[in-house]
Design a protein around this ligand. Structure first.
Ligand code: SF4
Ligand code: SF4
Length: 281
């Protein structure tokens, strides 16, 4: 169990607690203000500068960098932090959210200038409840007064979309806005996502999933179809056995590799039960 499970989930998966999607949490003025500021600040920001800051940090002494990163991570855990969630748990998350609104991705806007990449979802942030939020979003993305970008989806529709994203190799992550309120759901790719970029610099903006993947070697044919799916470099190939293996130290438990395996040879196991991965977040 990750830190949030202990802090906010009574030792169970914190993101399966209904109150973390509740209207009461969203009514908190400080949280609403934070959400608006977040959209305005990051929506206008330049992704290239983000990376330059990391590169600058690399030039300083390692001890200082670690100190600053750990301090900032602590702050991030309080304000805006994520966790990888595989499809089976995502289905439960979507069932808990009061509303699901499809929205453009802020990372792809920052990195690629794209305003049409609708890979993200606001949970509980529907138009009536979050007028301010919607206005901030329209302004940030310069979408004009058209609110068609705020499609409200049913749980089944959202799940169906996520199955398609999974085939494309996108990783599902949930995000807090003033933890423990869960207001965002993203579908991330290493090339676009700023949180994934941070991970490359050893700055942690999200937890691994509560799972880790394993290969059933008897079922694996060694076709290697799953290899291209992994964005964390966790999948390897044994030349001797002609089989695929998964490194539990690197695996983030996203489960995306499964969607490429026609032999059904990959499964997720609870991280808490894995002897090597149970303490890796
Ligand atoms: S090996 Fe782990 S991190 Fe890589 S795709 Fe599979 S579940 Fe995700
Ligand atoms: S896709 Fe499945 S069968 Fe093919 S190498 Fe990966 S685990 Fe083995």
């Amino acid at each position: 169990m990750c830190q949030f499970c202990h802090q906010h989930g009574d030792g169970k998966k914190w993101y399966l607690k209904a109150e973390h999607y509740s209207e009461e949490l969203l009514d908190n003025l400080e949280r609403r203000h934070y959400l608006q500021e977040f959209l305005q600040k990051y929506g206008q920001a330049d992704g290239a500068k983000f990376e330059q800051n990391f590169q600058k940090a690399l030039q300083g002494p390692a001890w200082l960098r670690q100190l600053i990163f750990r301090f900032q991570e602590r702050r991030q855990r309080r304000d805006h932090f994520g966790q990888v969630v595989p499809l089976e748990d995502l289905e439960k998350v979507l069932g808990l959210a009061r509303s699901i609104v499809r929205i453009p991705c802020i990372c792809r806007k920052m990195n690629k200038g794209r305003t049409d990449a609708e890979y993200c979802f606001g949970l509980g942030l529907d138009a009536e409840k979050m007028l301010d939020f919607k206005d901030a979003f329209l302004e940030t993305f310069r979408l004009g007064p058209d609110d068609a970008h705020f499609d409200r989806l049913s749980t089944a529709e959202a799940l169906d979309l996520h199955r398609r994203f999974e085939k494309q190799g996108l990783i599902h992550t949930i995000w807090t806005f003033k933890t423990p309120f869960i207001g965002g759901l993203c579908n991330c790719d290493r090339a676009d996502c700023l949180a994934m970029l941070s991970y490359r610099y050893n700055f942690h903006a999200f937890f691994r999933a509560e799972f880790v993947a394993e290969v059933n070697v008897d079922a694996c044919t060694g076709c290697r179809e799953c290899h291209a799916q992994c964005q964390f470099g966790a999948i390897g190939f044994s030349v001797m056995d002609r089989k695929t293996f998964i490194d539990p130290i690197r695996c983030y438990g996203c489960g995306i590799c499964r969607s490429a395996c026609e032999m059904d040879a990959i499964h997720l196991t609870p991280r808490s039960e894995h002897p090597l991965a149970h303490n890796l977040w």
